[in-house]
Structure formats: structure tokens, C-alpha cells
Ligand binder design. Structure first.
Ligand SMILES: [Ca+2]
Ligand SMILES: [Ca+2]
Length: 191
């Protein structure tokens, strides 16, 4: 027999371990140069695919769209632009994903799309890096968004970066162009 809990009081329930997402809290957020952090999430309706936005404010970006997600996730979207934009993440261990043609790190980070050019990218450019485990490595992260080639696109190339950091989703509008604007970074710490 269990305890004599006849009410619906929460205190009667066995204490559940905190969800892993709640233990992942990023600090020292450094937005890309020229970008403003989108803190507040305003639900705008059902989740829309391929926009790197958490439209329904459930903390998950582009869920149900075929893109794998995880406790850490970084997504860039740049619509139908012909520009070649690359997303990469440097982990606390100094691993980089992707690294050349290698799309996964030993610690569990993966890139699952490389646009434009792959099947399914046409008109909905999206790159997605996610962590597949329950305990993301602690330390300093750098997310890089780089313009590799304009391919005839008119600068600036407007890219939306969405990030899922545990239970929290946030985003930035990033503009890329020639010169020093060809590479922008978002950095944070996971203490
Ligand atoms: Ca969502
Ligand atoms: Ca979305």
C-alpha cells in the first residue's frame, strides 16, 4: 500500500526528477553583431516549418517538420535565397560540427541538412544542428553563421537563427554581407 493520499495535493505525488530541459540554463548570451535577442515568445498559431521560429511557443523549433531536435538545437533559415550560408557549432571541447564532410561529433552533435543544394532545400533553406543526448556538455559554445557565396543573391542575406537551449527557445535576425559581415556568431555558456 502506498501513502494515504486521497486528495489531489501535489505533495502526495512522488517527487519526480526535474526534467532534463529545466537543468539546461544558458548564461552569458552574446548575440550576433547587429542582432537583437528575441526574448519573449508570442504564439502566432500552429508551428510553421522551415522558418527556424518556435511559432507555437512550446520551446521546440520547427517540430513536426522532419528536423531532429534535442536539448540543444540551432537552426538557421534563409528562405528561397540562392546564397550559400553555413551553420556550424563549436562545442566546449573544441569540436566543430560540421568539420569538413563529417557531420557528427563524438559528443553527440549532428548537422542534418546542408542547404542549398540538397534534396528538400529548394525554396526552404534550413540547416539544423542538434544534440542527441540527455546531458549537454557544460562550458562555452560558439554558433557561427557564415556566408559562403552569394550565388547571385542581393546582400544583405537575411537569415533567421533559432536556438533551443533546454526549455527555452530564442531567436535572432542576422544579416550577412561581404567583408566582415560574412561571418557572425552567437555565443553562450552552459554552466
Ligand atoms: Ca514549436
Ligand atoms: Ca517554426
Amino acid at each position: 500500500m502506498g501513502a494515504l493520499c486521497v486528495s489531489l495535493s501535489v505533495s502526495c505525488a512522488p517527487r519526480a526528477p526535474a526534467p532534463a530541459a529545466q537543468s539546461v540554463v544558458a548564461t552569458n548570451l552574446a548575440p550576433p553583431r547587429g542582432s537583437v535577442l528575441e526574448q519573449a515568445c508570442t504564439p502566432t498559431g500552429p508551428e510553421l516549418c522551415f522558418n527556424a521560429v518556435d511559432d507555437n511557443c512550446n520551446g521546440v523549433i520547427d517540430e513536426g517538420c522532419g528536423a531532429p531536435t534535442g536539448l540543444l538545437q540551432f537552426v538557421i533559415a534563409w528562405g528561397a535565397s540562392p546564397a550559400d550560408v553555413n551553420l556550424s557549432v563549436v562545442t566546449p571541447a573544441g569540436e566543430r560540427v560540421p568539420e569538413g564532410r563529417t557531420r557528427s561529433t563524438p559528443s553527440g552533435f549532428h548537422l542534418d541538412r546542408d542547404c542549398p543544394g540538397e534534396d528538400g532545400c529548394g525554396g526552404q533553406n534550413l540547416e539544423n544542428v542538434y544534440f542527441d543526448g540527455a546531458e549537454p556538455p557544460r562550458g562555452h559554445y560558439v554558433v557561427e553563421i557564415a556566408l559562403a557565396a552569394l550565388n547571385g543573391a542581393e546582400p544583405p542575406v537575411k537569415v533567421h537563427l533559432g536556438a533551443r537551449l533546454g526549455a527555452r527557445a530564442l531567436g535572432f535576425d542576422v544579416e550577412l554581407g561581404p567583408g566582415e559581415d560574412a561571418r557572425k556568431t552567437f555565443a553562450f555558456d552552459l554552466p
